[in-house]
Design a protein around this ligand. Structure first.
Ligand code: PMP
Length: 354
């Protein structure tokens, strides 16, 4: 840290992304990426944009906007595109939280929420999960602040129903509710249908997971026209060109090739069920994840130890040194062969440990 850094950033604890090791090849199951490449159509259209990199991209991503609006069944004025969904989540903290409007989110959830709160000088209110890690929507009903809920939640993969979200929206008519649907395509239920009825709802989604485009950085928010206008004010005050040409074209290609996306989601769900069952046979306890990851613990081996042993054996998963979840590991669901390697490696580790 230099002596020039201003005070408010000195205390900042930046988000710690999952490891991206270069030194050796791992079966990489630690950052919830897709094991499948982007759609061929996405690659083809992105390549064409290389010749046009002398020109700024369209800040409104109009072609992508048009097909996405049709696909989601909303108007174009209900969508904003951003550089990954992290970007829009940050915009939401900037736009809808301040000293009098804290950010309210589950105590165990996406690790970026407290960082967005801190960088925007926003007070945080972290609400404990129930004993079984589920979210009790009643805990959020009488809250005075902006509510942010990941659905499915991370790293548990547990969901709340759209009916529960509607209850929350009704009870907090004068407060913004942000539903982060980064993992919704793997078995969750989207709240996008509620944006027509509730002007206090912002739903965020991403191309990073189910559309195999984590490296392209493309996310979006869906909400009332007024909320989208608020967020556009912020986007246009920071970087209107936050989506580059290749990413916008790849996004368009991905939406046009929806069958590929649908089949990949089905495969991930099948692989999740396979790996979960195998883990249970080996004595693991898992949550009922509706995401592209499994959250699991074993009473004979601690989460940290399992993470380290797996890493030693070439399989990378994620461990969180956090109260209540330190005995767990989060395992991204990959291809079937990756899941088979994972299970065999865990079998070997358990045989030696027990
Ligand atoms: N929300 C949740 C719950 C996540 O786990 C992630 C990915 N780490 C994101 C949002 C952001 O993903 P991206 O910026 O790649 O869209």
């Amino acid at each position: 840290m230099s002596k020039f850094l201003i005070e408010k950033f000195k205390k900042l604890k930046p988000y710690v992304p999952g490891e991206q090791p270069k030194e050796r090849k791992f079966v990489k199951l630690n950052t919830n990426e897709s094991p499948f490449p982007p759609s061929k159509k996405a690659i083809e259209l992105a390549k064409k944009e290389l010749n046009r990199l002398n020109l700024y991209p369209d800040p409104d991503c109009r072609e992508l906007l048009s097909v996405t609006a049709k696909k989601l069944g909303v108007s174009e004025e209900n969508i904003i595109f951003t550089n990954g969904s992290d970007d829009i989540l940050n915009f939401a903290f900037m736009a809808y939280c301040n000293d009098n409007t804290p950010a309210i989110y589950p105590e165990i959830s996406y690790g970026f929420y407290p960082v967005f709160a801190d960088i925007n000088n926003v007070p945080k209110k972290e609400i404990p999960l129930k004993e079984d890690f589920s979210i009790d929507i009643n805990d959020y009903i009488d809250q005075n602040g902006t509510i942010i809920i990941a659905n499915p939640n991370a790293p548990t993969g547990l969901t709340v129903s759209v009916n529960e979200i509607e209850e929350l929206l009704k009870a907090n008519r004068n407060r913004i509710v942000v539903i982060d649907e980064a993992y919704v395509d793997f078995g969750g239920e989207s709240a996008i249908g509620l944006i027509k009825k509730y002007d206090n709802l912002l739903v965020t989604q991403t191309f990073s997971k189910s559309r195999s485009m984590a490296g392209a950085r493309l996310g979006y928010g869906v909400a009332s026209k007024e909320i989208i206008n608020d967020l556009m004010r912020i986007k246009y005050s920071i970087n209107p060109y936050n989506i580059n040409r290749m990413t916008a074209a790849a996004g368009y290609g991905s939406i046009m090739d929806d069958e590929y996306f649908v089949n990949n989601c089905k495969t991930i769900i099948k692989n999740r069920e396979y790996a979960t069952n195998e883990l249970i046979k080996l004595g693991f306890v898992t949550t009922e994840s509706k995401a592209n990851f499994i959250f699991a613990k074993h009473d004979k081996i601690d989460g940290k130890e399992l993470y380290l042993k797996l890493k030693e054996n070439g399989v990378l998963v994620r461990h969180f040194d956090k109260d209540r979840i330190s005995s767990y590991v989060r395992i991204t669901v990959g291809s079937l062969s990756e899941m088979q390697i994972l299970i065999q490696t865990i079998k070997n580790i358990l045989e030696k440990a027990l």
